[in-house]
Design a protein around this ligand. Structure first.
Ligand SMILES: Nc1nc2c(c(=O)[nH]1)N[C@H]1C(S)=C(S)[C@@H](COP(=O)(O)OP(=O)(O)OC[C@H]3O[C@@H](n4cnc5c(=O)[nH]c(N)nc54)[C@H](O)[C@@H]3O)O[C@H]1N2
Ligand SMILES: Nc1nc2c(c(=O)[nH]1)N[C@H]1C(S)=C(S)[C@@H](COP(=O)(O)OP(=O)(O)OC[C@H]3O[C@@H](n4cnc5c(=O)[nH]c(N)nc54)[C@H](O)[C@@H]3O)O[C@H]1N2
Ligand code: SF4
Ligand SMILES: [Mo]
Length: 707
């Protein structure tokens, strides 16, 4: 009997670009995955990872039933048993050791799966602990902190208006590999090409001549961790030369004079000495930013996840303000999504430093503590020690700093439940695994990334396949587990309806909904009929009307940021000329720690080697392709070196997400890959002290020949 071919439309959820896909199926098989030319933003673009969505679905290693571990043995159990056991253990732990004895870690894919966003908070409320951690503090925490401080809401984040700008300057981002971040922009190569075709320029500042730097009009090598000096010098120069163009914002800018005063010591000479970029080049960059009609400055992982990440992200906002890019077409604009539109009075604005971590006294942000504190909070005895963990879509033993310490910490817990569908480096320690449905078995609306997109749109797509019998979606797991915990605690609980109903409600009350647009409005029903998504137009100005600060002004000089400039100045001259500085790297065919189990993504030449400059290799007497030992304060790994002048002298680069060899991991293909875990080297004490974000870039290491 031949089954007919069916066509499905869906947004790819694997990275922030959320490209539209056309998925053809026959029966329960995926026949092909292609780009959806009619998606209003991606217009047919996809990357090689998209086809792996089919591999996730069919992967024999993907767990499809709740599992319980006793010793080394995993046994399938029923959902009822799994939920009951988990709820009892979590409640028991809290009853015996206090509310904070249970910890949470939420990983990145949760943000790409809307049921986690809508229903995850239910479980947090049912458990109620101060020990909340996530990948945010290995990542974009500085963006949230600066948006909170300047604009009054952690998610009010301006993104580059890439389709209309004439100059895009990128510090520490590599969109050609990552496809953009905190800037949903499918088809980075095409968008950059279009920028250049209309006479615009792309400039990249990075310690490595990346794929993006290769197509840029200018690339400047910068010493890792020293960008803050460069950015402060740009601010200094803009004031000194009066290259200011912020008239449209002036009435709404508080304390700009304080900014000017705070950067007086950060001149071009100091920036050159620290960063290795010539003073004249920095001055030219400041000039170009200020004198190009439609210019924008953007910074990502390289400047967020380093010792001065918050200062860098603050400086980027200030520069965009000074040059007039903020809230201007072709500059930096805040998206206007159909769901989760932020305006005056929006929920979830955030808060900072309301409490601190027990062991290292690190500040919370929006109710979360920095992940660099997670292991010590599990390992250090005393009141409020974490004794039970919940992880959701995360793999901190590979993704977070000082991985070995985390591995030890997870191994000694009283109880650990993972909401995840793989037995990876972290979840192998779980007592119970609650596996959600595969991505193709649930519907999708991108809550997080439509809020960060370079062009406004909305897209809802139903599931491609019926869920397997007895399978639960993430949101159903949250409903069930939270209900049982609440019952055991004797507190009221109301489950939430399915995510699409919550989105429907949000859209109705959003900027394109019935309340705002009585004649022509967007609704969930309409979205359900528009399988390619709905185009909501280019980014819009109007930031001032949406500010969530009490006085509706932009707070340019938050006290805690200005104070942190002293720490920056104190680090002057700290550059240790003998140490090599380790930085990260991403590749188009890889995705954090969890996409190495699909043959079509890992095949081909290896991509996990340590990149090192030939001068450093010859100084240390190491030949290309040798086995080397890399050592840091916290650990060491052995891997193969790759000689390349892509990295500047004094810098070595290793990608993260690899290292699937630990005993007990059940990822047949990933386990065979030679890549090592670079977070065995990153240091839980090397942080942005202002907010506790990990400094995964710029880690001092030594490299020597193995054997
Ligand atoms: N050295 C270094 N380290 C880094 C980085 C770096 O640049 N350098 N980058 C950091 C960054 S930016 C990030 S975001 C983190 C990522 O760190 P994490 O979020 O901790 O790690 P991931 O690899 O994204 O974890 C993926 C897990 O989610 C599971 N998963 C996938 N889809 C779903 C789903 O729909 N539901 C559920 N319940 N589970 C799912 C997968 O099975 C896998 O176990 O890594 C950080 N670590
Ligand atoms: N293919 C693929 N795509 C992804 C991911 C993935 O793992 N693979 N992960 C997704 C996630 S979770 C995220 S957060 C985004 C990240 O998106 P990006 O930030 O664009 O990605 P990275 O490749 O980490 O880019 C960081 C750049 O900073 C540079 N860098 C390192 N240290 C410094 C420094 O001190 N100063 C400066 N100026 N630059 C520095 C690095 O050389 C690198 O080129 O990508 C997302 N997209
Ligand atoms: S760029 Fe990202 S969203 Fe687009 S197809 Fe690749 S993984 Fe999916
Ligand atoms: Mo990330």
């Amino acid at each position: 009997m031949s089954e007919s071919t069916q066509t499905h439309y869906r947004a790819c959820h694997l990275c922030e670009a959320i490209c539209g896909l056309v998925i053809t199926t026959k029966g329960d098989e995926v026949v092909s995955i292609k780009g959806d030319k009619e998606d209003p933003v991606s217009k047919g673009f996809i990357c090689p990872k998209a086809t792996a969505i089919a591999d996730i679905h069919t992967d024999p290693d993907r767990i499809r039933q709740p599992m319980k571990r006793v010793g080394d043995q995993w046994t399938p159990i029923s959902w009822d048993e799994a939920i009951e056991l988990t709820a009892q253990k979590l409640v028991e732990t809290q009853q015996q050791h206090g509310a904070n004895s249970v910890g949470f870690y939420a990983g990145n894919p949760g943000v790409h799966n809307y049921g986690n966003m809508t229903h995850g908070p239910l479980l947090r409320r049912a458990v109620k602990t101060r020990n909340n951690y996530s990948a945010t503090s290995l990542d974009q925490l500085p963006h949230h902190l600066t948006s909170y401080a300047l604009y009054g809401h952690q998610s009010f984040i301006p993104v580059p208006d890439i389709d209309r700008t004439q100059l895009m300057v990128i510090f520490g981002g590599n969109p050609l590999a990552s496809n953009g971040s905190i800037m949903t922009m499918p088809n980075a190569p095409g968008r950059f090409k279009a920028l250049q075709a209309r006479g615009g320029r792309l400039v990249v500042v990075d310690p490595r001549r990346t794929e993006t730097a290769n197509i840029a009009d200018q690339h400047l090598f910068v010493r890792p961790g020293q960008d803050a000096y460069v950015l402060m010098a740009i601010i200094h120069t803009l004031f000194k030369e009066k290259w200011l163009n912020h008239d449209h914002l002036t009435p709404y800018l508080n304390d700009l004079d304080q900014v000017e005063a705070a950067v007086t010591e950060f001149d071009l000479a100091l920036a050159e000495q620290q960063s290795g970029i010539q003073a004249a080049d920095i001055k030219q960059l400041a000039y170009d930013l200020a004198h190009t009609d439609k210019a924008v400055l953007y910074g990502r992982m390289g400047v967020s996840v380093q010792r001065f990440g918050a200062l860098c992200q603050w400086a980027i906002q200030i520069i965009n303000i000074l040059i007039g890019a903020l809230d201007s077409e072709g500059g930096a604009l805040v998206p206007s999504p159909a769901f989760g539109f932020i305006t005056k009075g929006a929920n979830g604005a955030g808060h900072f430093d309301l409490f601190r971590s027990r062991v290292s006294d690190l500040p919370e942000f929006a109710g979360e503590l920095p992940t660099v504190a997670l292991a010590e909070e599990m390992l250090t005895p005393g009141e409020d020690q974490i004794r039970a963990m919940v992880t959701i879509a995360g793999n901190p033993v590979i993704s977070a700093a000082n991985a070995s310490q985390l591995d030890t910490a997870f191994a000694q817990l009283d109880f650990y439940v993972a909401i995840d569908f793989y037995i990876n480096a972290t979840t192998r320690h779980a007592n119970v695994i609650l596996p959600p449905t595969s991505p193709l078995e649930h519907d999708h609306y991108d809550i997080a990334f439509l809020r960060l997109a370079v062009h406004d749109s909305a897209r809802y797509n139903p599931a491609v396949f019926e869920p397997a019998e007895d399978a639960l979606h993430d949101w159903e797991i949250f409903n069930a587990l939270s209900a049982r915990i609440a019952a055991l605690k004797g507190v009221d609980f109301k489950p939430l309806p399915a995510p699409d109903q919550l989105i429907a409600h949000g859209i109705e009350h959003g900027p394109y909904g019935k309340n705002q647009q009585p004649t022509m409005h967007l609704s969930m029903d309409q979205l359900k009929n528009a399988s390619h998504g709905v185009d909501l137009g280019p980014l819009k100005t109007g930031l001032i009307q949406r500010l969530n600060t009490e006085d509706s002004k932009i707070h340019c000089a938050p006290e805690f940021i200005i104070n942190d400039l002293k720490r920056l100045l104190a680090s002057k001259g700290e550059v240790d000329s003998k140490a090599l500085l380790l930085i990260g790297r991403r590749h188009i065919r890889s995705n954090n720690s969890w996409m190495h189990n699909y043959h079509r993504l890992v095949k081909g030449k290896p991509r996990w080697q340590l990149m090192m400059h030939p001068d450093d290799l010859s100084r240390l007497g190491i030949d290309d392709a040798s086995e080397v030992i890399i050592e840091s304060r916290v650990g060491q790994v052995t891997t193969t070196v790759l000689a390349t002048d892509e990295v500047m002298p004094g810098v070595v680069s290793l990608p993260h997400g690899w290292g699937h060899q630990r005993k007990g991991i059940k990822l047949q293909i990933a386990q065979q890959q030679f890549g090592v875990n670079c977070n065995e080297l990153t240091d839980n004490k090397l942080i942005d002290e202002l907010c506790g974000n990990a400094a995964l870039n710029g880690v001092p290491v030594q490299v020597r020949l193995a054997g």
